[in-house]
Design a protein around this ligand. Sequence first.
Ligand SMILES: C[S@@+](CC[C@H](N)C(=O)[O-])C[C@H]1O[C@@H](n2cnc3c(N)ncnc32)[C@H](O)[C@@H]1O
Length: 253
Amino acid sequence: MQADGDRAREERDMHLQASLDALIGESRAIHSLEKTMDRRLRFLHRELLTDIQALDQLLSRYSPKARLPAVAGWALSPAGLLALVDLIETSGAQTIVECGSGTSTLWIGYALKKLGRGRLIALEHLPEYAQKTRALISAHRLTDFVDVRLAPLSPLQTPRGEFSWYSFDSAELTEPIDVLLVDGPPGTTGPHARYPALPLLVDRLAPGALIVADDVDRRDESEILEYWLEEVPRLRRVESPGLGIEVLELAVA
Ligand SMILES: C[S@@+](CC[C@H](N)C(=O)[O-])C[C@H]1O[C@@H](n2cnc3c(N)ncnc32)[C@H](O)[C@@H]1O
């Protein structure tokens, strides 16, 4: 009888200990999750403040009068846009080509208007967004500086095989490109979808041209950068303003 009682107590103690161990494990996991979330929230908070500050600077620099497009996930962030227009203004870029139109088209247009010269050709593969961006540019009276081209994706041979890229004949460019912004086509159109930009346009870049690549914090886009750097020896990284943007320069030969 005594032995049975001892065994039952032992079993209950073991059971209690196992439950306690499980609780301690769970509370440690919760604590570690809280620490990760706290770090992430602090990062997002800093990012938000940086974007608010950048938007404030964009607005006071260009004083847009018409309605602005919504700031959304698919567009360059205000901080990225500020870095981009700074580059355009300080380099005095005249000819800019943009792959993937949207909010960036508007702010580049304002930067050119402030410089009082230059032209942006914004390539857009979807009729709906070509139409939207054109309406935006027209509402902001920037048509003298911006040309939104509907350029549906079509098959293109490159050193790395066939891709779908904007149907755009670079031979029609009368001036060399000073700044090339690569923010399209979207990754949903295929792996390494933005890769053709450089092989196709490298011969049209001015000496010292800047290539601004967005979303390089994603694996696909960072691999594209590596491909470009491997294939074009005159290309070098010059700036990484963070925010998923990397700036490359085509060194003067
Ligand atoms: C990464 S976005 C390009 C965005 C542009 N460079 C910018 O910063 O706003 C790539 C594509 O998203 C599409 N897009 C443009 N405006 C959009 C919108 N308002 N909502 C969803 N997609 C849009 C267009 O087809 C565009 O070529």
